[in-house]
Design a protein around this ligand. Structure first.
Ligand code: ARG
Length: 413
C-alpha cells in the first residue's frame, strides 16, 4: 500500500515519515554492525582472472627463446604484483597465484587467483569493476616484461573456493621457515613440512613419503622389499606418528619396474591412497621439479623424517628436520667417499664432516629445497648411506628430476 506514496489513503504523511525514519535507523544499525564484523574479521576476498600471454617467442621449430612454464608462472605473478602494488588498490592487495598455465595455439592462457582484503562494505561488483579496470589498463602497458599479456576475464570467487584453490597449489607452507640451530636434528614445527607422510606396515612406521597430490605419494622402492601388498600398508600425516593427524589406506603401490634389490638404482615408487585428503595448513602437497631443473651443488636443502637419530637407533614419534648442502658428483664420487657406487639418478647431500644425515626410517622421505619465491620442491628421496652421519659418508638420494617422466607416466602429475 505504501507503494503509491501520496495517493495512499490508509497512511497519513506523518506516518510515512515515521516509518521512513525507523527504516533508516534499522538500515544504519545493520550496516554499522556489518562493517565492524567485516573489518574485525579481516576477510580475504578472492578473484579469478584469466590472462592471455601472447607474443611468446615460441617459434615451434627453432626451439630457442622459448620460456619454460616455471619462468612464465613467475613472470605472470610478478606482473600482477607490480600492477597492484603500485595502484589505487595497493593497500587492499594481498597476493596472487598462478594456478594453471594452458598452452594455446597463439600463446599461453594463465589462470590467476588474486587475493584482496577490503574493509568497507562496498558491494562486490564495484570492487570487481575496479580490479578489472586496473588490471586491463595496466596489463597492456607493461614494459617490465618481455611478454605481451592481455586480460581475458575477471570474476569474484567465493572465499571457500578461493582458499581451497590457493591451498591446492603445491609447495607453499603456512608458516615461515625458522632457521634452526641444529643439534643433530631439530624437532619440526607444526605445519612446517605439510607434505611429509609416514608409511606404515601393519601400523608400524617403516618409511617416509612425500605428498604430491591429494591421493599420490612419492617414496623409495626399497621400502617395499618386505611387502608390496597394499593391504598391509597405511599412510599417516601430521608431525607426530601417534596421534596421527590423518590416516589413509593404501590402494596401489607402484615400484619402479627396474628396481632390483640389492642394487640401489631405480630406488623410487609411487603410492596411491584413498580416500583423498583435503588440503589444509597441515597437509599440503610439495611441487615436483621439471625434468630439466638443476639444483646447484652447495645449495641448501632440508631433510625431514621420523627416522633414527643414530645408526642402530629407533624411529621417532616426532618429525625432525635438518639442513643439508647438496654435494657435487665430483666430490661424492671420490674414492674415499663413495667412488663408483654413485650411479645415474642418484646424488649426495649432507656434509663430508658427517653429523647431519638421514638414517634408518627416513628412507623414502623428502629432501626439499625452496626457490626464491618460497615455493618448495621435492628434489631427492632418502635412499641409502653407509652408516649414518659418518665422516665422508653423506646420504645418497634418488634424483627426482631424473625420474620426473616416470612419475608422470604413473600418476599423470
Ligand atoms: N635405507 C635407510 C632406510 O631404509 C635410510 C638410509 C639413509 N641413510 C643415510 N645415511 N643417509 O630408512
Amino acid at each position: 500500500a505504501v507503494e503509491s506514496g501520496n495517493q495512499s489513503r490508509s497512511l497519513k504523511p506523518w506516518m510515512i515519515v515515521l516509518l521512513l525514519a525507523l527504516l533508516l535507523t534499522v538500515v544504519a544499525v545493520v550496516f554499522g554492525l556489518l562493517n565492524q564484523f567485516i573489518a574485525s574479521g579481516h576477510k580475504m576476498e578472492y578473484f579469478h582472472s584469466t590472462i592471455k600471454i601472447s607474443d611468446l617467442r615460441v617459434s615451434s621449430n627453432s626451439g630457442q627463446n622459448t620460456y619454460q612454464f616455471k619462468d612464465l608462472r613467475e613472470m605472470s605473478e610478478n606482473l600482477v604484483d607490480e600492477i597492484f602494488i603500485d595502484s589505487a588498490l595497493s593497500k587492499h592487495y594481498i597476493k596472487n597465484q598462478v594456478v594453471r598455465l594452458t598452452p594455446e595455439e597463439d600463446g599461453v592462457k594463465a589462470d590467476i587467483i588474486m587475493v584482496f582484503q577490503f574493509p568497507s562494505t562496498e558491494p562486490r561488483e564495484v570492487r570487481e569493476k575496479k580490479i578489472h579496470r586496473i588490471l586491463s589498463q595496466k596489463i597492456r602497458n607493461t614494459r617490465s616484461l618481455p611478454i605481451n599479456a592481455s586480460l581475458v576475464e575477471l570474476n569474484a570467487m567465493s572465499s571457500s573456493t578461493g582458499k581451497l584453490t590457493v591451498q591446492a597449489c603445491c609447495g607453499k607452507r603456512a608458516v615461515p621457515l625458522i632457521v634452526n640451530r641444529i643439534m643433530s636434528e631439530d624437532i619440526a614445527a607444526k605445519s612446517a613440512w605439510p607434505w611429509q607422510a609416514s608409511l606404515q606396515r601393519n601400523n608400524i612406521h617403516q618409511c617416509g613419503a612425500s605428498l604430491i597430490s591429494s591421493t599420490w605419494l612419492v617414496t623409495a622402492a626399497h621400502c617395499f622389499k618386505s611387502s608390496a601388498n597394499p593391504r598391509q600398508w597405511t599412510v599417516s600425516f601430521g608431525t607426530t606418528i601417534n596421534p596421527p593427524l590423518m590416516k589413509r589406506n593404501i590402494k596401489r603401490i607402484i615400484v619402479h619396474e627396474r628396481y632390483r634389490s640389492p642394487a640401489k638404482e631405480y630406488d623410487i615408487a609411487v603410492v596411491q591412497f584413498s580416500p583423498k585428503v583435503t588440503f589444509s595448513d597441515d597437509i599440503r602437497r610439495i611441487c615436483l621439479p621439471e625434468a630439466s631443473a638443476v639444483f646447484r651443488p652447495n645449495s641448501t636443502a632440508y631433510i625431514t623424517g621420523f627416522g633414527a637419530l643414530y645408526y642402530g637407533g629407533e624411529s621417532q614419534n616426532e618429525l625432525r628436520e635438518a639442513r643439508l648442502k647438496i654435494i657435487s658428483d665430483d666430490v661424492c664420487k671420490q674414492r674415499h667417499v663413495y667412488g663408483n657406487d654413485i650411479k645415474f639418478g642418484m646424488f649426495c647431500a649432507g656434509y663430508l664432516e658427517g653429523i647431519y644425515d638421514a638414517c634408518r626410517g627416513d628412507s623414502g622421505g623428502p629432501l626439499a629445497a625452496k626457490d626464491h619465491k618460497d615455493t618448495w620442491y621435492l628434489i631427492g628421496i632418502v635412499s641409502w648411506g653407509d652408516n649414518c652421519g659418518q665422516k665422508n659418508k653423506p646420504g645418497v638420494y634418488t634424483k627426482v628430476t631424473y625420474y620426473r617422466k616416470w612419475i608422470a607416466s604413473k600418476t599423470g602429475l
